[in-house]
Design a protein around this ligand. Structure first.
Ligand code: BG6
Length: 516
């Protein structure tokens, strides 16, 4: 298993000795160069994560951050800004010494991404930092920018010779990675003109979540689940990613993306591939990716004529009652006649011996009734119930739910006898909660991912073929939707569980969405 995950998962139950915990070691010397260092991602997530890593002594002593962006004047200004961001972004009280340790390692180049002078300054500053901090010429370039700048920045870095030499050079690319199979393929090919695959870290922040990493531990570190993890025992799988927020200030991006592109080929496909993959031969990056990509390739391609019957799209209107919230079309930077979906539900089938005939239903949407991300695995009903009072149809099928967030845990639902002289049955739930065992986490989810980049472990990143396979599954949906405009938008109220047609998608199969 990858080093960092092992360390985290070995955390002892309160009251037991921690002596046996394998300790992760600090990463090796390096400089993290952040393009877009004055943006939201850096302030809200990257810097608090670096701080958390520093607290856990997982950053090397020979470490520095070099910001490259407009929006700060110089090192001091950048340090002030990040100092403020740490105050806001670190949930458990800020430890001053540690914050100071980090801020004194911050440097800044005020430059446009397209300005050649900026890249000359980058050379000089990196050489100085290497000398001053002993960072050894190892550079992690983090592109916290809009995708429009990626290739230009990479081309310029390559032209300036940053990707060659004896030290390691890695690049982190944020999502969205393309907007369909063709553009993702072309972006991959373009990146590979400058970089080798093992230098490219395509980040999906879902893989930084402990509960997502735990899917692997749950399945492959326990003997009792794997034998029943197949079509013989499992009736269907549901993935729900519900958000209560609307598009906030991201209308300009979102109105061109929509819920399908924003959430499905990346986050949701990651979840499904971890739940459905075969056991890898080891937990190194390639064997894990090989198994994940097989699942993505095994999705039955939707025929164009089947797309509308197996997909649902929605757009939120105002709430039916309660406090005012704008409809999607009234959000800033969204077109008044927008046909962009803010909700999607799909039914997909995986063509493999393990999963043939087991539907995977997925749904995600903004402004839904509850913030919840979960994978619900529903088992087949008992074939026969030897209790006279209860018919098989009245029994709730056993369900195992992986609660990814916010209520992190795993629960198992089964039938029990309700105490009393008459035999009556009712569903009960057995629940494991992370907070009970491991306490509340103050991590942002980026810590593991940043640390892994620094130690060169790509297990929790997406390989080129995975990204393309994710888009490949959705190709027919994107095409049919582009040609058949939705007529009924907005078709769900803010604060509801999405359009009625999403319930019908399940009811048609005699099933229903899982609700706590
Ligand atoms: C991002 C999407 O990738 O994930 C956002 O662009 C979405 O639209 C977010 O809100 C959800 O992430 P999380 O971690 O809050 O589930």
């Amino acid at each position: 298993m990858k080093n960092s995950a092992t360390g985290a998962m070995a955390a002892a139950r309160p009251g037991t000795s921690k002596a046996a915990e394998p300790l992760a070691r600090p990463a090796g010397p390096c400089v993290m160069v952040i393009f877009g260092a004055t943006g939201d991602l850096t302030r809200r997530l990257l810097m608090p994560s670096l701080y958390n890593l520093a607290r856990q002594q997982l950053l090397p002593r020979e470490f520095a951050v070099l910001g490259f962006a407009v929006g700060a004047k110089d090192d001091d200004d950048f340090r002030r800004q990040i100092g403020g961001a740490l105050q806001e972004g670190v949930s458990a009280g800020l430890e001053r010494g540690c914050a100071e340790w980090l801020t004194e390692r911050l440097h800044f180049i005020p430059s446009d991404f397209g300005d050649p002078a900026g890249y000359q300054a980058l050379h000089r500053r990196l050489a100085d930092i290497d000398k001053q901090r002993g960072t050894g010429g190892n550079y992690l370039f983090y592109l916290a920018t809009s995708p429009a700048f990626i290739l230009d920045i990479i081309g310029r870095l390559s032209g300036a010779g940053f990707f060659s030499g004896p030290s390691w050079r890695r690049v982190v690319v944020e999502k969205p990675f393309g907007r369909d199979l063709e553009s993702a393929g072309s972006l991959n090919r373009d990146l590979m003109k400058y970089l080798a695959e093992d230098q490219i870290y395509r980040i999906d922040h879902y893989l930084g979540k402990e509960t997502v990493q735990n899917i692997l531990a749950f399945r492959f570190a326990n003997g009792i689940f794997e034998p029943i993890w197949n079509r013989r025992y499992i009736d269907h799988i549901q993935v729900t990613v519900g958000e209560t927020l609307g598009v906030e200030r991201r209308g300009a991006y979102y109105d061109h993306a929509g819920a399908l592109r924003d959430m499905v080929p990346n986050h949701i496909m990651q979840l499904i591939s971890l739940v459905a993959m075969e056991p890898p031969i080891s937990f190194a990056a390639d064997p894990v990716h090989d198994e994940q990509v097989k699942v993505l390739h095994a999705f039955q391609p939707l025929k164009p004529e089947d797309v509308l019957a197996n997909t649902v799209r929605g757009q939120y209107g105002r709430p039916e009652s309660g406090a005012f919230m704008p409809a999607y079309r009234d959000e800033p930077l969204v077109a008044k006649d927008s046909r962009t979906e803010t909700y999607v539900a799909l039914k997909l089938m995986i063509d493999s011996w393990r999963w043939a005939g087991v539907p995977v239903y997925l749904r995600t949407g903004k402004r839904l009734a509850k913030r919840v991300t979960e994978v619900s695995v529903q088992f087949r009903r008992a074939p026969f119930v030897p209790f006279r009072q209860t018919a098989v149809e009245q029994l709730k099928p056993n369900g195992l739910v992986m609660h990814i967030q916010p209520d992190e845990g795993i629960s198992l639902c089964f039938e029990a006898k309700i105490p009393g002289p008459i035999v009556r049955l009712g569903p009960v739930e057995m629940k494991f909660q992370y907070s009970d065992y491991f306490g509340r986490s103050c991590q942002t989810g980026y810590e593991t991912l940043l640390y892994d980049c620094m130690i060169g472990d790509a297990t929790l990143f997406q390989r080129a073929d995975m990204v393309e396979a994710g888009w490949g599954v959705l190709g027919p949906v994107l095409e049919v939707w582009a040609n058949e405009a939705p007529e009924d938008f907005p078709n769900y109220s803010s604060g509801s569980w999405g359009p009625r047609s999403a319930d019908l998608l399940m009811q048609r199969d005699g099933r229903e969405w899982h609700r706590d």
